[in-house]
Design a protein around this ligand. Structure first.
Ligand code: 13P
Ligand code: SF4
Length: 303
């Protein structure tokens, strides 16, 4: 089907199904363009929790759609690309986390939303990259187990000095690819540019950046900058919104490795088939869902 026909069909089905299409900032441009809402993990989970639409089409990766189902169990949540997962989320299991909890019985458990429902169910509270510092600051316990992103964990530890963070050793395979030598090179090439980086990057890379934030925080900060040249240290899908919103600025990707293969799995055709066949429906075991919901609600309460 031609792209304009596909878009027309998606629009027709979206109405017919009473669906909302949510897309993460890393999605391919044509998917972002047909979405009702494009945003970071936090904004999208808020929309998923509050939407009046009966169907949520989640253009992102599995843990995001699963979080939407946890928050809105009465809605039909569809993940257009069935095998779009997050390798970082797969680096922690509920069993592994239970073992860690036994080892540190005094510790509270803060889990990055990039995790499974089972792992969330073992946690006291969730966080996203935009509210992680605030979430950790809100906890009374001195000891905190933070899973699964070690890099985001060290970023939080650098901001919240009065807590002892026990870090799970997970990482994002995409952000981990950024090298300090690449940061040094762009500094040399564009001495007047600002470097905006996601906290999933390595601490050494974080230390060389001018700004650290979630994808939406990076978009907001870039819009406020007066500098014309801006270097982006997160997944390349974000460049679509950045360029659209700032036609007078130049954006450069910090590293050619900043492409998440899983975020690129959703094509316009997948969104169409998702709405046409009501596929692929995300389900969560009710006992797990209720526990995971508690951790997500704790996060939504404080941010
Ligand atoms: P945010 O949208 O919260 O910045 O998350 C980035 C990410 O890697 C999601 O997988
Ligand atoms: Fe997971 Fe990294 Fe891809 Fe985000 S960018 S979905 S953390 S692998």
């Amino acid at each position: 089907m031609m792209e304009h026909n596909l878009v027309a069909e998606i629009n027709r089905l979206r109405k017919e199904r009473n669906a909302i299409i949510l897309a993460h900032n890393y999605q391919v441009p044509e998917v972002q363009d047909i979405a009702d809402i494009v945003g970071d993990s936090y904004a999208l989970s808020k929309h998923a929790a509050n939407t009046k639409n009966q169907v949520i089409v989640f253009c992102g990766v599995h843990f995001m759609a699963e979080s939407a189902k946890i928050l809105s169990p009465d809605k039909t949540v569809l993940l257009p690309a069935k095998d779009a997962g997050c390798p970082m989320a797969d680096m922690v299991t509920a069993e592994g986390l239970r073992e860690m909890k036994e080892k540190y019985p005094e510790a509270a458990v803060v889990t990055y939303v990039n995790s499974s429902a089972e792992v969330k169910a073992e946690s006291d509270i969730c966080c996203t990259s935009s509210n992680a510092v605030k979430v950790v600051q809100s906890i009374k316990n001195k000891q905190i187990i933070f899973a699964p992103d070690e890099n985001l964990g060290s970023y939080i530890a650098s901001k919240v000095k009065d807590k002892e963070l026990i870090l799970w050793r997970g990482f994002c395979i995409t952000h981990k690819r950024v090298r300090t030598s690449e940061v040094a090179k762009v500094r040399e090439l564009y001495p007047d540019a600002k470097i905006l980086v996601h906290p999933e990057c390595e601490p050494e890379v974080q230390a060389m950046a001018d700004f650290l934030g979630s994808t939406s925080e990076i978009i907001k900060y870039a819009g406020e900058l007066t500098e014309k040249n801006i270097i982006i240290g997160t997944e390349e899908g974000i460049l679509h919104t950045l360029k659209k919103q700032n036609p007078d600025k130049n954006f450069y990707l910090l590293s050619p490795g900043l492409i998440c293969a899983n975020m690129k799995k959703t094509r316009l055709e997948d969104v169409y088939y998702s709405l046409l066949n009501m596929q692929h429906q995300v389900e969560v075991d009710e006992e797990i869902r209720v526990k995971a919901l508690n951790a997500l609600n704790e996060m939504l309460k404080i941010s």
